[in-house]
Design a protein around this ligand. Structure first.
Ligand code: ADP
Ligand code: 5GP
Length: 204
């Protein structure tokens, strides 16, 4: 049975992760984008079930207790988590599953599913560019922006934990690089599949 693969994307809020995925979606083949669950409030234009599943803190904590998350973390004072079930289904269908999660989430996914995981850290070329883009996005108030910038100064230190770094200088260039990374991620085989391949290869 064909098995899927995981591509984890991390990078500061405002790095351009959504922009790059949207710009590349026609070229990366069939994929499943994991819609996270969060307790943060929706931004203008965000939709429940499209951008995130927006839930209360109580509902999130119920899901934690029920063991429904593959991983979850607190980021900028809110909970964010990846539900296990849809990811399992997509993987069993052989899909590339793309996660937009923070560095803590990446560590947890690595700990659980390292052999099918590829990761890329996406960042604007400089801290100043990140600040400018967060302000230009006009989706967060000043206090939230300052918090995100402080968080970014910490997150950038984890860049060496990732397989690839994509510098989002222009969207066009970053999207091209992202397509290459997505194609490479699909080629990653689980150790189980590799063993099967070796057995088959030897027997013919
Ligand atoms: P993320 O999903 O990582 O939080 P977004 O995709 O929302 O980031 O991008 C943050 C803001 O920066 C958006 O307003 C987006 O239009 C803008 N942006 C993204 N990439 C670039 C780029 N290469 N140059 C200039 N602005 C960009
Ligand atoms: P934002 O509020 O800008 O949408 O996201 C804030 C941060 O939370 C980003 O770094 C994003 O990658 C991260 N994030 C989003 N969903 C998840 C998730 O399900 N798990 C984890 N660990 N981080 C997430």
């Amino acid at each position: 049975m064909q098995r899927g693969a995981i591509l984890v994307l991390s990078g500061p809020s405002g790095a351009g992760k959504s922009t790059i995925i949207n710009a590349s979606s026609d070229e990366i083949g069939e994929y499943y984008f994991s819609i996270s669950t969060t307790t943060r409030a929706p931004r203008v234009g965000e939709e429940h079930g499209v951008d995130y599943f927006f839930v209360s803190k109580e509902a999130f904590e119920e899901d934690i207790k029920a063991g429904n998350f593959l991983e979850y973390a607190q980021v900028h004072g809110n909970y964010y988590g990846t539900s296990l079930k849809p990811v399992r289904v997509a993987l069993s269908e052989g899909k590339l599953v793309i996660f937009d999660i923070d560095v803590q989430g990446h560590r947890l996914v690595r700990a659980k599913m390292n052999d099918i995981t590829t990761s890329a850290f996406i960042t604007p070329p400089t801290l100043k560019a990140l600040e400018d883009r967060l302000r230009a996005r006009c989706t967060d108030d000043e206090e939230v922006i300052v918090g995100r910038i402080e968080n970014a100064k910490e997150e950038i230190k984890a860049v060496d934990e990732y397989d690839f770094t994509i510098i989002n200088d222009t969207v066009e260039k970053a999207a091209k690089e992202f397509v290459i990374v997505a194609k490479a991620a699909r080629l990653k085989q689980s150790s189980e599949d590799e063993e099967k391949f070796i057995t088959q290869w030897l027997s013919k």
